[in-house]
Design a protein around this ligand. Structure first.
Ligand code: THG
Length: 366
């Protein structure tokens, strides 16, 4: 496939110069912005991520800022998650739904103050939904996309590298908590989070002008740690069961179907609550499952979703699959119908190129 032309609609990021110089080989577009897909290869990037440390340009995780006297009120309307105990230095992974429980996004919410939140969004124009709700309800709240671009430091050496650049206090940050830490003449929100299971931090770089200086600082400080540029890795995130909104689940699915029921515990009257509570009681009709698929490292690309079959009837869909070097099988995330989702169930998958056998797993691999 030919390349992508950046423009105001398909934006570069504060780190794009560094990403390009580091040799990104392929990009995707996410929130109208460039996101690298791999550098050396999915497999080489994966092996490096699991052993060393990588710097990821995840600017595409745009922030929707919700600020003002009615910010908390708006958050309660859109949040299936109980916000009552959210601490002032806390981040929450949070599905966001329409009035029927259909998922619109699955951001990480960051509480900056009682009257100020950021929603670090997955792919989708969530800002417009919040703006519509705020205008429709006459809420006193400002909805905006600030000049904030997350940079993720991920891998087993992430804590050592981040401590070298931002100070030893990063070591005290707990999972999904943040501290505000100094860099040059400014401060950034630094959270222990990130879209991998290898551990690390996300730095919410506030101000494009700080992007490349911070990028350079990490590469300078990490030479002996074998630091490399990286990006969310397809293989590792499937092994870890980290879902990609728009692929693994869409507005056609509720958070219960996405396996996110534990994040739907709000006592407040949020959008989609009736459907979500009913599904929590009765069980959903389909749910996200870990699936292994037979064959070697020879899967075709998957841009439409592969049908999962039982005796020629479709009983599910697989949107994400990849060969796992560590588990020596093809790992996949599938949305599987109720009668076929028990661990150990053997099904077929139509990849478009061939039919393969597949087995529902008890749990994700890491
Ligand atoms: N970080 C930030 N913004 C993001 C993502 C991120 N926006 C887009 C996308 N990723 C949103 N989706 C997810 C999905 C999973 C997680 C975070 C964001 C995640 N889940 C943990 C897990 O499943 O192990 C645990 C979540 C928890 O226990 O609260 O990290 O990555 N800034």
């Amino acid at each position: 496939m030919a390349g992508i032309v950046p423009s105001r609609r398909v934006r570069g990021t504060p780190f794009s110069a560094g990403v390009q110089a580091a040799g990104a080989k392929a990009y995707t577009v996410y929130n109208h912005m460039l996101l690298p897909s791999y550098f050396e290869s999915y497999k080489a990037d994966y092996l490096h991520l699991k052993n060393y440390v990588q710097v990821w340009d995840v600017s595409v995780e745009r922030q929707v800022s919700v600020k003002g006297p009615d910010a908390a009120k708006l958050m309660r309307i859109i949040s299936p998650r109980d916000m009552n105990k959210m601490a002032k230095d806390q981040c929450y992974y949070m599905p966001i739904c329409d009035d029927n429980g259909g998922m619109l996004n699955d951001p990480v919410a960051i509480k900056l103050a009682e009257d100020h939140y950021w929603l670090s969004i997955a792919d989708g124009d969530l800002l417009q939904f919040l703006l519509g709700l705020a205008i429709g309800s006459n809420f006193e709240v400002e909805i905006s996309e600030p000049d904030v671009s997350p940079l993720a430091i991920q891998g087993p050496k992430a804590e050592e590298l981040t401590a070298r650049v931002l100070g030893d206090s990063v070591r005290d940050i707990k999972f999904f908590r943040y501290k505000k830490l100094q860099f040059l003449d400014t401060q950034f929100v630094v959270a222990r989070s990130g879209w991998s299971k290898q551990g690390g931090f996300e730095i919410y770089v506030d101000g494009t002008e700080y992007g490349m200086p911070l990028w350079e600082a990490f590469f300078e400080a990490g030479k002996d740690l074998n630091v490399r540029a990286g990006c969310p890795n397809l293989i590792e995130r499937i092994e870890g069961g980290l879902l990609s909104f728009g692929s693994d689940m869409t507005r056609q699915n509720t958070p219960v179907e996405a396996g996110l029921a534990k994040f739907c515990n709000s006592p407040d009257d949020y959008l989609g609550k009736a459907t979500i509570e009913k599904q929590k009681r009765d069980g959903p009709d389909r749910i996200v499952c870990p699936i292994s698929i037979s064959g070697d490292d020879d899967l075709p690309d998957n841009d439409t979703g592969w049908k999962v079959l039982f005796k020629n009837n479709q009983v599910g869909l697989i949107a994400s699959a990849a060969w796992s070097p560590d588990f020596q099988t093809n790992v996949a995330i599938g949305m599987i119908e109720r009668d076929h989702w028990d661990a150990g169930t053997v099904l077929n998958v139509d990849t478009g190129a061939d039919i393969r056998s597949a087995e529902v797993q008890e749990k994700f691999w890491i």
